[in-house]
Ligand binder design. Structure first.
Ligand code: ADP
Length: 455
Protein backbone atom coordinates (compact mmCIF):
# COMPACT_ATOMS: atom_id res chain seq x y z
CA UNK A 1 0.00 0.00 0.00
CA UNK A 2 1.25 3.46 -0.82
CA UNK A 3 0.57 6.25 1.62
CA UNK A 4 -0.15 9.33 -0.41
CA UNK A 5 -2.16 11.43 1.94
CA UNK A 6 -0.88 14.17 4.27
CA UNK A 7 1.06 13.29 7.36
CA UNK A 8 -0.92 11.18 9.80
CA UNK A 9 -0.51 11.26 13.55
CA UNK A 10 3.16 11.06 14.55
CA UNK A 11 4.47 7.59 15.27
CA UNK A 12 6.43 8.97 18.16
CA UNK A 13 7.19 12.30 19.74
CA UNK A 14 9.83 13.17 22.28
CA UNK A 15 11.62 16.09 23.83
CA UNK A 16 15.27 16.99 23.39
CA UNK A 17 16.47 19.00 26.34
CA UNK A 18 19.68 17.64 27.83
CA UNK A 19 22.82 15.96 26.53
CA UNK A 20 21.53 12.49 27.40
CA UNK A 21 18.52 13.06 25.15
CA UNK A 22 20.80 13.05 22.14
CA UNK A 23 21.44 9.34 22.72
CA UNK A 24 17.78 8.69 23.25
CA UNK A 25 16.80 10.54 20.08
CA UNK A 26 19.36 8.51 18.19
CA UNK A 27 18.22 5.24 19.64
CA UNK A 28 14.54 5.90 19.10
CA UNK A 29 15.21 7.17 15.62
CA UNK A 30 16.74 3.84 14.74
CA UNK A 31 13.83 1.98 16.31
CA UNK A 32 11.26 3.95 14.32
CA UNK A 33 13.28 3.50 11.11
CA UNK A 34 13.36 -0.24 11.73
CA UNK A 35 9.66 -0.33 12.51
CA UNK A 36 8.63 1.30 9.22
CA UNK A 37 10.85 -1.04 7.18
CA UNK A 38 14.04 0.89 6.43
CA UNK A 39 16.99 -1.37 5.78
CA UNK A 40 19.71 -1.75 8.38
CA UNK A 41 22.10 0.71 6.75
CA UNK A 42 19.38 3.29 6.32
CA UNK A 43 18.41 2.91 9.98
CA UNK A 44 22.00 3.74 10.94
CA UNK A 45 22.10 6.63 8.50
CA UNK A 46 18.96 8.30 9.79
CA UNK A 47 19.96 7.67 13.41
CA UNK A 48 23.38 9.21 12.82
CA UNK A 49 21.96 12.22 11.02
CA UNK A 50 19.42 12.67 13.80
CA UNK A 51 22.00 12.61 16.57
CA UNK A 52 24.11 15.19 14.72
CA UNK A 53 21.17 17.54 14.17
CA UNK A 54 19.98 16.98 17.77
CA UNK A 55 23.40 17.96 19.08
CA UNK A 56 23.40 21.11 16.94
CA UNK A 57 19.90 22.14 18.05
CA UNK A 58 20.60 21.45 21.71
CA UNK A 59 23.47 23.89 21.58
CA UNK A 60 22.06 26.55 19.28
CA UNK A 61 18.35 26.47 20.21
CA UNK A 62 18.24 24.89 23.67
CA UNK A 63 16.72 21.69 22.36
CA UNK A 64 13.72 20.70 20.29
CA UNK A 65 10.46 18.77 20.09
CA UNK A 66 11.07 15.76 17.93
CA UNK A 67 8.28 14.07 15.94
CA UNK A 68 8.53 10.99 13.72
CA UNK A 69 5.88 10.84 10.98
CA UNK A 70 5.22 8.48 8.12
CA UNK A 71 4.10 10.44 5.04
CA UNK A 72 3.28 9.69 1.46
CA UNK A 73 5.01 11.80 -1.16
CA UNK A 74 2.64 12.55 -4.04
CA UNK A 75 5.70 13.39 -6.22
CA UNK A 76 6.95 9.81 -6.36
CA UNK A 77 4.02 7.95 -4.79
CA UNK A 78 6.38 6.52 -2.17
CA UNK A 79 6.39 6.61 1.64
CA UNK A 80 8.94 8.62 3.54
CA UNK A 81 9.92 8.56 7.18
CA UNK A 82 10.01 12.19 8.18
CA UNK A 83 11.52 13.63 11.36
CA UNK A 84 10.49 17.16 12.37
CA UNK A 85 12.58 18.94 15.00
CA UNK A 86 10.86 22.06 16.35
CA UNK A 87 13.51 24.15 18.14
CA UNK A 88 12.78 25.38 21.67
CA UNK A 89 14.15 28.83 20.82
CA UNK A 90 13.86 30.24 17.34
CA UNK A 91 16.85 29.45 15.16
CA UNK A 92 19.30 32.32 14.67
CA UNK A 93 18.12 34.12 11.46
CA UNK A 94 15.61 31.30 11.02
CA UNK A 95 18.38 29.28 9.41
CA UNK A 96 20.09 26.03 10.23
CA UNK A 97 23.37 24.78 8.81
CA UNK A 98 24.56 21.38 10.12
CA UNK A 99 28.05 21.54 11.53
CA UNK A 100 29.01 18.44 9.68
CA UNK A 101 28.46 18.79 5.95
CA UNK A 102 28.15 15.02 5.62
CA UNK A 103 24.84 14.98 7.54
CA UNK A 104 22.79 16.08 4.54
CA UNK A 105 24.10 13.14 2.56
CA UNK A 106 22.81 10.61 5.08
CA UNK A 107 19.17 11.43 4.35
CA UNK A 108 17.16 12.15 1.19
CA UNK A 109 16.12 15.62 2.32
CA UNK A 110 17.30 17.96 5.03
CA UNK A 111 15.82 21.44 5.18
CA UNK A 112 14.34 24.17 7.36
CA UNK A 113 10.64 24.69 6.70
CA UNK A 114 8.09 27.10 8.20
CA UNK A 115 5.38 25.57 10.37
CA UNK A 116 2.60 27.40 12.21
CA UNK A 117 4.60 30.63 12.58
CA UNK A 118 7.71 28.72 13.53
CA UNK A 119 10.43 26.97 11.63
CA UNK A 120 11.26 23.31 11.94
CA UNK A 121 14.28 21.36 10.84
CA UNK A 122 12.95 18.53 8.70
CA UNK A 123 14.68 15.47 7.37
CA UNK A 124 13.25 12.50 5.50
CA UNK A 125 14.31 9.20 4.09
CA UNK A 126 12.43 7.09 1.54
CA UNK A 127 11.01 3.77 2.73
CA UNK A 128 11.80 0.90 0.30
CA UNK A 129 8.91 -0.55 -1.73
CA UNK A 130 9.78 -3.97 -0.41
CA UNK A 131 8.92 -2.90 3.14
CA UNK A 132 5.95 -4.36 4.96
CA UNK A 133 2.53 -2.95 4.08
CA UNK A 134 1.59 -0.44 6.74
CA UNK A 135 -2.14 -0.26 7.18
CA UNK A 136 -3.59 2.35 9.55
CA UNK A 137 -4.19 -0.48 12.07
CA UNK A 138 -0.55 -1.59 11.83
CA UNK A 139 0.57 2.01 12.30
CA UNK A 140 -1.56 2.30 15.44
CA UNK A 141 0.07 -0.89 16.71
CA UNK A 142 3.52 0.53 15.97
CA UNK A 143 2.71 3.69 17.83
CA UNK A 144 1.64 1.68 20.87
CA UNK A 145 4.78 -0.49 20.69
CA UNK A 146 7.07 2.51 20.42
CA UNK A 147 5.30 4.15 23.40
CA UNK A 148 5.79 1.06 25.47
CA UNK A 149 9.52 0.69 24.74
CA UNK A 150 11.40 2.42 27.47
CA UNK A 151 14.43 4.33 26.20
CA UNK A 152 17.74 2.70 27.11
CA UNK A 153 20.69 4.31 28.81
CA UNK A 154 23.45 6.27 27.09
CA UNK A 155 25.68 3.28 27.66
CA UNK A 156 23.26 0.98 25.85
CA UNK A 157 23.16 3.38 22.96
CA UNK A 158 26.94 3.60 22.89
CA UNK A 159 27.15 -0.18 22.78
CA UNK A 160 24.61 -0.23 19.96
CA UNK A 161 26.56 2.46 18.17
CA UNK A 162 29.75 0.42 18.52
CA UNK A 163 28.04 -2.66 17.16
CA UNK A 164 26.83 -0.61 14.21
CA UNK A 165 30.30 0.74 13.61
CA UNK A 166 31.73 -2.76 13.63
CA UNK A 167 29.01 -3.90 11.22
CA UNK A 168 29.73 -0.93 8.94
CA UNK A 169 33.47 -1.67 9.02
CA UNK A 170 32.72 -5.30 8.32
CA UNK A 171 30.63 -4.30 5.36
CA UNK A 172 33.37 -2.03 4.05
CA UNK A 173 35.86 -4.86 4.36
CA UNK A 174 33.63 -7.35 2.63
CA UNK A 175 33.01 -4.82 -0.15
CA UNK A 176 36.74 -4.33 -0.50
CA UNK A 177 37.23 -8.11 -0.67
CA UNK A 178 34.50 -8.35 -3.26
CA UNK A 179 36.18 -5.62 -5.26
CA UNK A 180 39.48 -7.46 -5.07
CA UNK A 181 37.80 -10.63 -6.34
CA UNK A 182 36.16 -8.68 -9.13
CA UNK A 183 39.45 -7.10 -10.07
CA UNK A 184 41.11 -10.47 -10.14
CA UNK A 185 38.30 -11.83 -12.34
CA UNK A 186 38.62 -8.84 -14.62
CA UNK A 187 42.36 -9.35 -14.93
CA UNK A 188 41.74 -13.02 -15.69
CA UNK A 189 39.16 -12.15 -18.35
CA UNK A 190 41.59 -9.65 -19.83
CA UNK A 191 44.29 -12.28 -19.98
CA UNK A 192 41.78 -14.63 -21.67
CA UNK A 193 40.78 -11.98 -24.19
CA UNK A 194 44.42 -11.19 -24.94
CA UNK A 195 45.20 -14.89 -25.42
CA UNK A 196 42.20 -15.24 -27.74
CA UNK A 197 43.22 -12.14 -29.62
CA UNK A 198 46.77 -13.44 -30.04
CA UNK A 199 45.51 -16.80 -31.18
CA UNK A 200 43.17 -15.18 -33.69
CA UNK A 201 45.92 -12.94 -34.99
CA UNK A 202 48.16 -15.94 -35.43
CA UNK A 203 45.44 -17.88 -37.21
CA UNK A 204 44.74 -14.91 -39.43
CA UNK A 205 48.39 -14.57 -40.30
CA UNK A 206 48.58 -18.26 -41.06
CA UNK A 207 45.50 -18.07 -43.27
CA UNK A 208 46.96 -15.05 -45.01
CA UNK A 209 50.18 -16.89 -45.66
CA UNK A 210 48.10 -19.77 -47.05
CA UNK A 211 46.13 -17.45 -49.31
CA UNK A 212 49.28 -15.79 -50.58
CA UNK A 213 50.81 -19.18 -51.33
CA UNK A 214 47.61 -20.24 -53.03
CA UNK A 215 47.65 -17.16 -55.21
CA UNK A 216 51.23 -17.76 -56.17
CA UNK A 217 50.36 -21.33 -57.09
CA UNK A 218 47.34 -20.10 -59.01
CA UNK A 219 49.46 -17.64 -60.95
CA UNK A 220 51.94 -20.36 -61.76
CA UNK A 221 49.17 -22.71 -62.88
CA UNK A 222 47.60 -20.00 -65.05
CA UNK A 223 50.97 -19.38 -66.68
CA UNK A 224 51.37 -23.11 -67.29
CA UNK A 225 47.85 -23.28 -68.66
CA UNK A 226 48.50 -20.37 -70.97
CA UNK A 227 51.69 -21.97 -72.18
CA UNK A 228 49.92 -25.31 -72.70
CA UNK A 229 47.10 -23.64 -74.58
CA UNK A 230 49.56 -21.79 -76.78
CA UNK A 231 51.49 -24.95 -77.60
CA UNK A 232 48.25 -26.77 -78.33
CA UNK A 233 47.22 -24.03 -80.78
CA UNK A 234 50.66 -24.07 -82.35
CA UNK A 235 50.57 -27.85 -82.65
CA UNK A 236 47.09 -27.81 -84.17
CA UNK A 237 48.03 -25.11 -86.63
CA UNK A 238 51.19 -26.91 -87.70
CA UNK A 239 49.70 -30.36 -87.92
CA UNK A 240 46.62 -29.25 -89.80
CA UNK A 241 48.69 -27.16 -92.14
CA UNK A 242 50.97 -30.10 -92.83
CA UNK A 243 48.00 -32.42 -93.30
CA UNK A 244 46.20 -30.20 -95.75
CA UNK A 245 48.60 -30.79 -98.65
CA UNK A 246 48.58 -34.63 -98.57
CA UNK A 247 44.81 -34.76 -98.03
CA UNK A 248 44.24 -32.43 -100.97
CA UNK A 249 46.58 -34.65 -102.99
CA UNK A 250 44.57 -37.77 -102.06
CA UNK A 251 41.38 -36.05 -103.17
CA UNK A 252 42.99 -34.99 -106.46
CA UNK A 253 44.26 -38.50 -107.09
CA UNK A 254 40.86 -39.95 -106.33
CA UNK A 255 39.29 -37.55 -108.80
CA UNK A 256 41.85 -38.57 -111.43
CA UNK A 257 41.21 -42.25 -110.86
CA UNK A 258 37.48 -41.77 -111.34
CA UNK A 259 37.95 -39.53 -114.35
CA UNK A 260 36.55 -40.87 -117.63
CA UNK A 261 39.90 -40.12 -119.33
CA UNK A 262 41.67 -42.65 -117.07
CA UNK A 263 41.48 -46.39 -117.41
CA UNK A 264 37.96 -47.54 -116.63
CA UNK A 265 37.43 -48.97 -113.15
CA UNK A 266 35.32 -51.91 -112.19
CA UNK A 267 32.16 -51.07 -110.27
CA UNK A 268 33.78 -52.22 -107.02
CA UNK A 269 36.91 -50.14 -107.67
CA UNK A 270 34.76 -47.10 -108.49
CA UNK A 271 32.89 -47.58 -105.19
CA UNK A 272 36.12 -47.82 -103.22
CA UNK A 273 37.61 -44.78 -104.92
CA UNK A 274 34.37 -42.95 -104.07
CA UNK A 275 34.83 -43.98 -100.39
CA UNK A 276 38.44 -42.75 -100.43
CA UNK A 277 37.35 -39.42 -101.84
CA UNK A 278 34.54 -38.89 -99.36
CA UNK A 279 36.78 -39.87 -96.42
CA UNK A 280 39.45 -37.51 -97.68
CA UNK A 281 36.75 -34.81 -97.97
CA UNK A 282 35.75 -35.35 -94.32
CA UNK A 283 39.39 -35.23 -93.32
CA UNK A 284 39.90 -31.98 -95.19
CA UNK A 285 36.89 -30.43 -93.43
CA UNK A 286 38.34 -31.45 -90.09
CA UNK A 287 41.77 -30.16 -90.99
CA UNK A 288 40.34 -26.85 -92.18
CA UNK A 289 38.23 -26.42 -89.05
CA UNK A 290 41.20 -27.23 -86.82
CA UNK A 291 43.26 -24.68 -88.66
CA UNK A 292 40.53 -22.03 -88.31
CA UNK A 293 40.17 -22.67 -84.59
CA UNK A 294 43.91 -22.66 -84.00
CA UNK A 295 44.15 -19.37 -85.83
CA UNK A 296 41.31 -17.86 -83.85
CA UNK A 297 42.79 -19.07 -80.56
CA UNK A 298 46.25 -17.78 -81.24
CA UNK A 299 44.77 -14.37 -82.00
CA UNK A 300 45.93 -14.48 -85.56
CA UNK A 301 42.53 -13.56 -86.93
CA UNK A 302 42.21 -9.80 -87.37
CA UNK A 303 38.63 -8.75 -88.08
CA UNK A 304 38.25 -6.63 -91.16
CA UNK A 305 35.90 -3.96 -89.78
CA UNK A 306 33.45 -2.24 -92.10
CA UNK A 307 29.86 -1.01 -92.18
CA UNK A 308 27.93 -4.17 -93.05
CA UNK A 309 24.34 -4.35 -94.28
CA UNK A 310 22.64 -7.45 -92.91
CA UNK A 311 20.21 -7.74 -95.82
CA UNK A 312 22.68 -8.95 -98.49
CA UNK A 313 24.39 -11.17 -95.87
CA UNK A 314 21.05 -12.80 -95.07
CA UNK A 315 20.22 -13.06 -98.79
CA UNK A 316 23.43 -14.92 -99.47
CA UNK A 317 22.88 -17.30 -96.55
CA UNK A 318 19.36 -17.98 -97.82
CA UNK A 319 20.84 -18.94 -101.20
CA UNK A 320 23.79 -21.04 -100.11
CA UNK A 321 22.02 -22.94 -97.36
CA UNK A 322 19.05 -23.87 -99.49
CA UNK A 323 21.29 -26.52 -101.00
CA UNK A 324 21.82 -28.03 -97.53
CA UNK A 325 18.13 -27.99 -96.58
CA UNK A 326 17.45 -31.29 -98.22
CA UNK A 327 14.91 -32.69 -95.78
CA UNK A 328 11.40 -32.34 -97.20
CA UNK A 329 9.87 -31.81 -93.73
CA UNK A 330 12.24 -29.01 -92.75
CA UNK A 331 11.67 -25.47 -93.87
CA UNK A 332 14.52 -22.96 -93.87
CA UNK A 333 13.34 -19.42 -93.13
CA UNK A 334 15.74 -16.48 -93.29
CA UNK A 335 13.70 -13.43 -92.27
CA UNK A 336 14.35 -10.00 -93.74
CA UNK A 337 16.23 -7.92 -91.16
CA UNK A 338 14.53 -4.70 -90.00
CA UNK A 339 15.76 -1.44 -91.53
CA UNK A 340 18.17 0.22 -90.96
CA UNK A 341 19.96 -3.08 -91.04
CA UNK A 342 23.58 -2.08 -90.71
CA UNK A 343 26.28 -2.66 -88.13
CA UNK A 344 30.01 -2.32 -87.91
CA UNK A 345 31.58 -5.76 -88.10
CA UNK A 346 33.55 -8.23 -90.21
CA UNK A 347 31.17 -9.48 -92.88
CA UNK A 348 33.04 -12.68 -93.70
CA UNK A 349 33.42 -13.78 -90.07
CA UNK A 350 29.80 -12.95 -89.28
CA UNK A 351 28.56 -14.90 -92.29
CA UNK A 352 30.76 -17.82 -91.24
CA UNK A 353 29.21 -17.86 -87.75
CA UNK A 354 25.63 -17.66 -89.03
CA UNK A 355 26.26 -20.28 -91.68
CA UNK A 356 27.66 -22.59 -89.03
CA UNK A 357 24.63 -22.12 -86.77
CA UNK A 358 22.13 -22.54 -89.61
CA UNK A 359 23.99 -25.62 -90.79
CA UNK A 360 23.80 -27.13 -87.29
CA UNK A 361 20.07 -26.31 -87.17
CA UNK A 362 19.49 -28.14 -90.44
CA UNK A 363 21.66 -31.06 -89.30
CA UNK A 364 19.85 -31.58 -86.00
CA UNK A 365 16.24 -30.93 -87.12
CA UNK A 366 14.20 -33.72 -88.66
CA UNK A 367 10.97 -31.82 -89.11
CA UNK A 368 9.68 -28.33 -88.65
CA UNK A 369 11.68 -25.20 -89.19
CA UNK A 370 15.08 -23.58 -88.99
CA UNK A 371 14.79 -19.81 -88.77
CA UNK A 372 17.20 -16.87 -88.77
CA UNK A 373 15.84 -13.66 -87.33
CA UNK A 374 17.47 -10.30 -86.66
CA UNK A 375 16.26 -7.89 -84.03
CA UNK A 376 17.70 -4.57 -82.99
CA UNK A 377 17.51 -3.46 -79.34
CA UNK A 378 19.07 -0.09 -78.53
CA UNK A 379 22.64 -0.33 -79.75
CA UNK A 380 22.73 -4.09 -80.10
CA UNK A 381 21.77 -6.57 -82.74
CA UNK A 382 20.55 -9.95 -81.72
CA UNK A 383 20.71 -12.54 -84.46
CA UNK A 384 18.84 -15.69 -83.45
CA UNK A 385 19.00 -19.05 -85.17
CA UNK A 386 16.19 -21.22 -83.86
CA UNK A 387 15.13 -24.70 -84.81
CA UNK A 388 12.49 -27.26 -83.91
CA UNK A 389 15.04 -30.05 -83.59
CA UNK A 390 16.06 -32.48 -80.88
CA UNK A 391 17.18 -29.81 -78.42
CA UNK A 392 20.03 -30.02 -75.92
CA UNK A 393 19.77 -30.98 -72.22
CA UNK A 394 20.44 -27.96 -70.00
CA UNK A 395 23.52 -29.48 -68.32
CA UNK A 396 25.23 -29.64 -71.74
CA UNK A 397 24.53 -26.03 -72.76
CA UNK A 398 28.09 -24.98 -71.97
CA UNK A 399 29.80 -28.25 -72.85
CA UNK A 400 28.79 -28.02 -76.54
CA UNK A 401 31.07 -24.98 -76.75
CA UNK A 402 34.06 -27.13 -75.80
CA UNK A 403 36.29 -28.43 -78.54
CA UNK A 404 35.32 -31.83 -79.92
CA UNK A 405 32.29 -32.12 -77.66
CA UNK A 406 29.24 -33.66 -79.27
CA UNK A 407 25.99 -34.50 -77.52
CA UNK A 408 25.95 -38.29 -77.11
CA UNK A 409 23.58 -39.90 -79.58
CA UNK A 410 23.70 -36.92 -81.97
CA UNK A 411 26.97 -37.97 -83.62
CA UNK A 412 25.39 -40.00 -86.42
CA UNK A 413 24.68 -36.80 -88.36
CA UNK A 414 28.42 -36.21 -88.68
CA UNK A 415 30.53 -33.25 -87.69
CA UNK A 416 33.67 -32.61 -85.73
CA UNK A 417 32.56 -30.82 -82.58
CA UNK A 418 34.64 -27.80 -83.52
CA UNK A 419 31.99 -25.57 -85.11
CA UNK A 420 30.50 -24.03 -81.95
CA UNK A 421 33.79 -23.30 -80.14
CA UNK A 422 35.02 -21.65 -83.32
CA UNK A 423 31.80 -19.65 -83.74
CA UNK A 424 32.01 -18.43 -80.14
CA UNK A 425 35.64 -17.36 -80.63
CA UNK A 426 34.71 -15.38 -83.70
CA UNK A 427 31.74 -13.67 -82.04
CA UNK A 428 33.97 -12.75 -79.09
CA UNK A 429 36.49 -11.30 -81.52
CA UNK A 430 33.66 -9.22 -82.99
CA UNK A 431 32.87 -7.85 -79.52
CA UNK A 432 29.71 -9.89 -78.96
CA UNK A 433 28.47 -13.08 -77.32
CA UNK A 434 26.98 -16.38 -78.37
CA UNK A 435 24.56 -18.22 -76.09
CA UNK A 436 22.16 -21.09 -76.40
CA UNK A 437 18.73 -21.71 -74.95
CA UNK A 438 17.30 -25.10 -75.57
CA UNK A 439 14.99 -27.73 -74.23
CA UNK A 440 15.19 -31.37 -75.27
CA UNK A 441 12.33 -32.18 -77.65
CA UNK A 442 11.44 -28.52 -78.22
CA UNK A 443 14.35 -27.25 -80.27
CA UNK A 444 17.18 -24.80 -79.70
CA UNK A 445 17.91 -21.14 -80.20
CA UNK A 446 21.46 -19.89 -80.65
CA UNK A 447 21.66 -16.12 -80.22
CA UNK A 448 24.51 -13.96 -81.44
CA UNK A 449 24.52 -10.52 -79.82
CA UNK A 450 26.66 -7.87 -81.48
CA UNK A 451 27.19 -4.18 -80.78
CA UNK A 452 25.95 -1.92 -83.57
CA UNK A 453 29.15 0.12 -83.46
CA UNK A 454 31.58 -2.82 -83.49
CA UNK A 455 34.01 -3.97 -80.76
P1 ADP B 1 29.40 -30.46 -84.86
O1 ADP B 1 28.11 -29.87 -85.32
O2 ADP B 1 30.44 -30.45 -85.91
O3 ADP B 1 29.24 -31.76 -84.14
P2 ADP B 1 29.44 -28.19 -83.13
O4 ADP B 1 30.52 -27.64 -82.29
O5 ADP B 1 28.86 -27.30 -84.15
O6 ADP B 1 30.01 -29.49 -83.77
O7 ADP B 1 28.32 -28.70 -82.18
C1 ADP B 1 28.64 -29.46 -81.06
C2 ADP B 1 27.48 -30.34 -80.65
O8 ADP B 1 26.39 -29.53 -80.20
C3 ADP B 1 26.87 -31.11 -81.81
O9 ADP B 1 27.56 -32.29 -82.02
C4 ADP B 1 25.47 -31.37 -81.31
O10 ADP B 1 25.48 -32.46 -80.44
C5 ADP B 1 25.16 -30.12 -80.53
N1 ADP B 1 24.38 -29.15 -81.32
C6 ADP B 1 24.86 -28.09 -82.00
N2 ADP B 1 23.85 -27.41 -82.61
C7 ADP B 1 22.71 -28.05 -82.31
C8 ADP B 1 21.31 -27.87 -82.64
N3 ADP B 1 20.91 -26.85 -83.40
N4 ADP B 1 20.41 -28.75 -82.14
C9 ADP B 1 20.81 -29.78 -81.36
N5 ADP B 1 22.10 -30.02 -81.02
C10 ADP B 1 23.05 -29.18 -81.49
Amino acid sequence: MVVTGPAGAPLLTMALRVEHDIFVVRQRGREVAAAVGLEHQDQVRIATALSEVARDLLHSAGGAEVAFVLVGDPADGRRHLRVDLLPVRPLPDGRYEPRSGAVARLVDKLSVVPREGDTVVRMSRRVPVTAEVLTPERLAELRAELDRNAPGSALDELAAQNAQLIAALDEVRSQRDELAVLNEELAETNRGVMALYNQLTEELEETNRGVVALYAELDEKSAQLRAASESKSRFLANVSHELRAPVTAIMGLGRLLGDSASDPLTAEQARQVGLIRSSAGDLLTLVNELLDLAKAESGRIEPDWSEVDLRPVFGQLRGTLRALATRPDVELVVEEPPVPSTLRTDEVLLAQVLRNLLHNGLKFTERGQVRLRAERRDDQWSLAVSDTGAGIPPELHERIFEEFYQVPGATRVGGTGLGLPYARRLVTLLGGSLVVSSEPGRGSTFTVTLPVGGA
